[in-house]
Write a protein that binds this ligand. Sequence first.
Ligand code: ASP
Length: 301
Amino acid sequence: MKPALIVHGGAWKIAPETHAAHLRGTRAAAEAGWNILGAGGSALDAVEMAVSVMEDDPTFDAGVGSVLNCVGDIELDAIIMDGRTLALGAVAAVRNIPNPVRLARVIMEDTYHTLLVGDGARRFAEQKGMRLCAQAELTVPREVERYRRLQEIPNYHPADEFTPNPMDTVGAVAIDASGNVAAATSTGGVHFKLPGRVGDSPLVGSGAYADNETGAASTTGHGENIMRVVLSKTATDALAHGMDVQAAADYAIAYLHRRVGGYGGIIVVDRAGNTAFAYNTPHMAVAWTDAQGAIHAQIMR
Ligand code: ASP
């Protein structure tokens, strides 16, 4: 079967001066994932690679460049899921980890757990000999400035609708030549969040889901609402009920809005290798491969 891949670099109001960087970053991620798939590699390796490329890119709210919480710190969430077996690994509210998606993969493969949080997750990474970093290495001046601005706003709340503060979570879904699907998502969460806050991204079925029997999905947007409707699983369930991939993505986003007034975006791949995305935010950054293997990157609006 022909492999396919789609990645996202967040959905919200993406500031015009950052559109070029979002296009470059999502394209680079799709290329990196596609290089693996095109060489016969697995969907799991492809989504891990695509997401880690965006974690390394300070444009996005994941890994380097993540948003600061209300005490000026960074805590990261990520998940990876294998559609062959429904195996998954996730990490939440972790510090000092440049590539949380890679840690999620190690949790999936080397433990009998699915989700590690905070200090325990960091210690596990250390035990595994993974590279840890200073928090300063994840922190970019753009986010320090944003944090200072937000500190000045009385009673600031991160869910304020379409504030010019990005939701640049990253994610990828793919299907490989063997018909296996996988999904991965990584984020610094929402700016000015409470310490210890965990969003939808590392929660199975919310931030991502992958099942060879249906397909795979990854989400972005306001996590507190996304988790209420288990958005990724809502989309893959829609595939199970016979919707085509675009209808399933549209249905999930419509349901998010109808049930909880939520805003966000989703990428989906079905088990036949069709991809789609849907969003109800002003923008969404996406890149995908077409049937010829060409990569398209767009800021949807
Ligand atoms: N969903 C993420 C969260 O709430 C934010 C985002 O998608 O940008 O943590």
